[in-house]
Design a protein around this ligand. Structure first.
Ligand code: HEM
Length: 145
């Protein structure tokens, strides 16, 4: 059972690393995409990169992160009502909201709609860093246990 739990945790960590890599990279693509004109060759190239990053890496990695996370809770018979679990899940929920917002901007760029400027995407690019620190501290240090 323990070995199975550790394999699951390994899959979990690989999935969240892949998802986080996309959460850091996609807003960077949006920063550069803001600086090229709609309909240009460069803009079409950024659309392809953004579509592949989300379709091939981010969405599958997000689903695997959530699925393996829930399976870890069940397999580990981990009590849900603990501060570290609730704190981690709250931060994961904010990360999901953040990813949802990136999906909205992805669709806008695909339609050559520009509702935000490069500075906006540079600023929001710090959000996943902050949430990652909170998630890792909760799950590794397990404070207030
Ligand atoms: C629904 C979402 C998630 C659930 C239910 C969940 C649940 C869990 C559980 C139960 C563990 C095992 C804890 C232990 O062995 O003590 C774990 C480990 C871990 N989780 Fe998640 N997780 C989720 C999403 C995430 C996300 C989004 C990240 C990072 C961005 C993350 C990062 C980690 C890390 C780094 C570990 C390994 C901790 C260690 O080895 O001590 N998890 N997760």
């Amino acid at each position: 059972m323990v070995e199975w739990f550790l394999w699951l945790k390994a899959i979990h960590i690989v999935s969240v690393v892949a998802w986080m890599a996309g959460l850091f990279y996609l807003p960077r693509l949006f920063v550069y995409h803001c600086d090229v004109s709609p309909g240009s060759e460069a803009s079409e190239l950024f659309k392809t990169m953004e579509r592949r990053l989300t379709g091939v890496i981010m969405r599958p990695a997000m689903v695997m992160s959530l699925l393996s996370g829930v399976l870890l809770l069940i397999a580990g018979q981990i009590e849900l009502f603990q501060i570290w679990v609730l704190g981690k899940l709250a931060a994961v929920f904010l990360l999901l909201l953040y990813y949802g917002a990136l999906e909205v901007y992805l669709r806008q760029f695909a339609r050559d709609q520009r509702t935000r400027n490069a500075r906006f995407f540079r600023v929001i690019n710090e959000v996943p860093t902050l949430l990652l620190i909170i998630i890792v501290v909760f799950v590794v240090v397990k404070p207030f246990q």
